[in-house]
Design a protein around this ligand. Sequence first.
Ligand SMILES: *Cc1c(COP(=O)(O)O)cnc(C)c1O
Length: 412
Amino acid sequence: MDYFEYRDGALWAEDKRVTDLMETFGTPLYVYSAKTLRRHYNAFDEALGGLSHLACFSVKANSNISLLRLLGRLGAGVDIVSGGELHRALTAGIDPGKIVFSGVGKQAHEIREALAAGILMFNVESVQELEHIGRIAAALKTQARISIRINPDVDPETHPYISTGLKKNKFGLDMRDAADAYLLARDHPAIDPVGMDCHIGSQLTRIGPFVEALEKLLAFADRLARSGVGIRYLDLGGGLGITYNEEAPPLPADLGRAIAGALAERDLTVILEPGRAIAGNAGILVTRVLYTKKTRAKNFVIVDAAMNDLVRPSLYGAYHRIGEVVPGGRESMMVDVVGPICESSDFLAQDRMLPAMEPGEGLAVFSAGAYGFTMSSQYNSRPRAAEVIVDGERVTLARRRETYQDLVALEM
Ligand SMILES: *Cc1c(COP(=O)(O)O)cnc(C)c1O
């Protein structure tokens, strides 16, 4: 459910006409809906309402600090995977006590920064990382709260690039190695093993894999308790899918119900790290048609947004719904929607039925709020798009469009 809809013959973002936004801010343009973000965050918060819980938005899905500030005001924590994301979260005023730090390659300076900020915990992914964090915490005369990321070996049934909880993936530790790591953590003076964590993948469209992972983690937690390791936080990661096309993913409430039973009698704070499910359908990418081109093989609609702005179609073959900003009632035809970049993989849609378009007209690429701007680049020396947040009738420029000066600013 989102607040982008067609009314009076045009596409609206809440109470703003998208054509007006194109006029004011230019294209390509990311447009986020504040109401949608709030609705999705609250859905998670309420889904876990009966449990001691924390919803930590995954910053890598969308790291704009205005958006983080909006979520932080609702009480959100965040899941970060780098020192840069920590900096963004702190800049946006996120409570450090609600920050969890994931990722397989945490660097010494990032660990020091996170300890100095007083984050809730590190989600540790290897024994070497555990020892590294222990040494740094000891040198700083502090204690690091950690959880160990478990690889529960469950199949999330999603795209291989975003499956993370299978034996063959680089993430987490299997339970046998994790057991040793917990004992090491238990006996380490500078480490406090407070939690257990997993994140099995992204764009999951079934609850089953979450429940399977939860059951494995709880059984493991019971075994650990007998070794004197009492965890207080159980972090189930992110991964709930969204509707890009025809998927019918479970709702946060379904997930909440499915896990509530198993957690009811336990003295655990449950953490979720949703990214896509909060931001994905809260954003669109607005682009303008530059040319149309008919070859003997295909019809192309060439637009001013490209794979540098939204890489998901090129990277994962991902589907994004595309619609006219002002529907013209023209007949549809089969087209590829492509950008100006010099790569054949530069497409936003392939073999898609779309109404015949004219140069200058607008198209909206839906479900672009997660892994859209954050994965964007300047490839082909294209300044990155602007981002705006619409809240009712109010529009805030959340990031100005990059300029040619920005492109060369760091070069000597
Ligand atoms: C990417 C990631 C998430 C967020 O995943 P979504 O599918 O966007 O919900 C959460 N936790 C970790 C550790 C991640 O790497």
